[in-house]
Every structure is written in structure tokens, then in C-alpha cells.
Design a protein around this ligand. Structure first.
Ligand code: ATP
Ligand code: AZ7
Length: 325
């Protein structure tokens, strides 16, 4: 076929069809369809480069992974989980969109949304703390995104300010899904009859817990440390840590080393700095609860006083980000 002589690899693009079902499109995109620019950043197994699509002139961030390195470091599983997870989360403004994947003899390529605003962590460091209005706006976007992920049966498991990027409108984009967990929700019997797509509620008994991975020390949930398994509420624990950190300028659990940090987490040892807003404190105290089943559930967080006045859903993403002051 024509794409073989163009040396382009077949790129696979996951879309949501008119009937709401996932559609796989085979796009003939390859390295030669892009002109590569500056390096945006380096990961342990990846380099992220600014790239422009030669036909459309659209700009992207292309994450390039060296195949040999991936194999040597035994990261094949993570790369494929990142691809499968991103292909499942294709229609939400708060997720870094994956447009194509392709490979050549040396590398794998993820063509992603370009997030010109960098990491939320970097913005927070420059501001030292966020005021309540900014924390409410950025927190609401992150929570709306977590809600979308959970409804699609995905637990992120490593939410933290480094993994929350910002686009040129200063809207949040969650990234880094290599350590996510896809809950295999079962097709409910009645759904198959009327052809409804399976609802990934992850409420299959025993299925809603995932094990064998530990996130970043400061944001790890107590259940992951005590009984080695994460659930959707583990992402809400991390969300509580992020809200605390935006308002306080530091994460709630931080010690000289990982072991001491873990000890603080399982003993719920943390303090609010003086001046921490009372409404924010109430929200954090209802999220940083050791027992995941007693943590504030999603709908109650959205209705919490701290988020009073927030319009949830697509309207949230049309708003202008408040000036960071
Ligand atoms: N879509 C993007 N747009 C702009 N910059 C990005 C994008 N994705 C990643 N980056 C930046 O590129 C750098 C490398 O990101 P990458 O996800 O490849 O590795 P990482 O997850 O940060 O590192 P590690 O793999 O060690 O966890 C990071 O600093 C990140 O901020
Ligand atoms: O599922 C697919 O479309 C095909 C491949 C799967 C795949 N092929 C691989 C080869 C190597 Cl060497 C390493 C990994 Cl992690 C590999 N993953 C693929 C291609 C590109 C990207 Cl970014 C991810 C996975």
C-alpha cells in the first residue's frame, strides 16, 4: 500500500463514534509527518519534544521512548498501559489527549496535547501558595477529571502536581497514565440485550481494588501501605493532599525520607498551617481519612461548601482561569 513506500508507520487513533462506542481509526501518520522542535522535558524512559504536523501545522508534544531502553528496564507493561488508558479517556478536556501512536525501528511515539503551561507544581512553586479562588478553580477542574476517569473505570494511582499539566489557557491536563489501573467492569446482563455499552463502574466485587504498585511517597494512600491495594478513593486521598498543598504551599505528609513519610501517612500525622482557610480545612479533613470507605465520596465533594458556586461539567472548562496572584 501507499503508506509502506512513504516509510510512515500506521498510526492508530482512538475516537468515540456517533453511537458513543470507541472507533479505531488507522491514520497513516509517522515520524516524517512531523517537524520536531525543542525538547520540552525528559523522563526516566522518555523524551518529550515539541512537534508540528507538516500538513495541518498543528502543534503537539511527542513523547519518544527508546525501545531497547524500555525492554531493558522492563517497562513494556507500563508503556502499553499508558497507551490503552489514554485510548479510553479520549473525550475530556482535563486529560492530556493522545492523538496517534506509531513506532519505527528504534522508538515508540505518543502524539499528545501540547501543554504550554508546564506542570502545576512549577506554577505553585513560583506562587508559593494559591489563594482560595485559584485553589477552587484548579481543584474543581482536577476533581471533574477524576470523576470522568472513575466513571470510565480508570484509577490514576499517581496523582500529584507534577502530573497535572497546564495548557495555554491555564486549564489543567492530567497526564502520566503508565501506572493507572483499568477496572474490568462486567457487562451487566440487561445491557447486552439492548446493546448498551458496558458501564465500567468497577463495582464488580473484589474488582474495584488494584495492587502491586506504589505511587509517589507524599501522595500515597494509607490503604496502599497497609493492605497493598488501591481503589477509586485512593485518588481522592491524593486529591486531598493536592488541595492542602495548593493552599499551604507544601504537601501534608513530608518527612526526611520515604519511610518516615509513610509512617506519618498511616498515623495521619499532619498539621494545618495557621491562616489555612476554615472551609478548605473542613474539606481536607473529610478527604484525608484513613478508612477509604469513610472518605467523602465524589458527589459530596462537589457539593462541599469549598466548591460553592462552581458550575460542574463542560461549563467549568469554558471559564477563564482566575489570574494567579
Ligand atoms: N503533553 C506535554 N506537554 C508539555 N510538556 C510535557 C507533556 N508531557 C510531558 N511533558 C514534560 O516532559 C517531561 C517528561 O515527561 P514524561 O511524562 O515523559 O516523563 P515523567 O513522567 O515526567 O518522568 P518519569 O517517567 O520519570 O516519571 C516532564 O517534565 C513533563 O513536564
Ligand atoms: O499497540 C500498538 O499499537 C502496538 C505497539 C505495542 C508495542 N510494541 C512495542 C515494542 C517495544 Cl520494543 C516496546 C513496547 Cl512497550 C511496545 N509496545 C505500540 C506502538 C506504539 C506505542 Cl506509543 C505503544 C505501543
Amino acid at each position: 500500500e501507499e503508506w509502506q513506500d512513504r516509510g510512515a508507520a500506521v498510526g492508530v487513533r482512538q475516537e468515540t463514534g456517533p453511537d458513543g462506542k470507541p472507533v479505531t481509526r488507522y491514520i497513516k501518520k509517522g515520524v516524517r509527518d512531523f517537524s520536531f522542535g525543542q525538547t520540552l522535558g525528559e523522563g526516566s524512559y522518555s523524551t518529550v519534544v515539541l512537534a508540528t504536523d507538516r500538513q495541518t501545522l498543528n502543534e503537539y508534544a511527542i513523547k519518544i521512548l527508546d525501545k531497547r531502553h524500555i525492554i531493558k528496564e522492563k517497562k513494556v507493561k507500563y508503556v502499553n498501559i499508558e497507551k490503552d488508558t489514554l485510548n479510553r479517556l479520549t473525550d475530556h478536556p482535563g486529560i492530556v489527549r493522545l492523538y496517534y501512536t506509531f513506532q519505527d525501528e528504534r522508538s515508540l511515539y505518543f502524539v499528545l496535547d501540547l501543554c504550554k503551561g508546564g506542570e502545576l507544581l512549577g506554577v505553585l512553586k513560583r506562587m508559593s501558595t494559591f489563594d482560595e479562588e485559584c485553589t477552587r478553580f484548579y481543584g474543581a477542574q482536577i476533581l471533574d477529571t477524576i470523576d470522568y476517569m472513575h466513571r470510565r473505570g480508570v484509577i490514576h494511582r499517581d496523582l500529584k502536581p507534577e502530573n497535572i499539566l497546564l495548557d495555554d489557557q491555564m486549564h489543567t491536563k492530567v497526564t502520566d497514565f503508565g501506572t493507572a489501573k483499568i477496572l474490568k467492569g462486567k457487562r451487566r446482563p440487561d445491557d447486552s440485550q439492548n446493546g448498551m455499552p458496558p458501564i465500567d463502574t468497577g463495582d464488580v466485587p473484589g474488582e474495584e481494588r488494584a495492587s502491586s504498585f506504589v505511587g509517589t511517597a507524599e501522595y500515597v494512600s494509607p490503604e496502599l501501605l497497609t493492605d497493598k491495594s488501591a481503589c477509586k478513593a485512593s485518588d481522592l486521598w491524593a486529591f486531598g493532599c493536592i488541595i492542602f498543598q495548593l493552599l499551604a504551599g507544601r504537601p501534608p505528609f513530608k518527612a526526611a525520607n520515604e519511610y518516615l513519610t509513610f509512617q506519618k501517612i498511616v498515623n495521619l500525622e499532619y498539621e494545618f498551617p495557621s491562616g489555612f482557610p476554615a472551609v478548605g480545612r473542613d474539606l481536607v479533613e473529610r478527604l484525608l481519612v484513613l478508612d477509604p470507605t469513610r472518605r467523602l465520596p465524589m458527589e459530596h465533594i462537589k457539593n462541599h461548601e469549598f466548591f460553592r458556586g462552581v458550575t460542574w461539567g463542560r461549563g467549568l472548562w469554558k471559564q477563564k482561569a482566575p489570574r494567579l496572584k
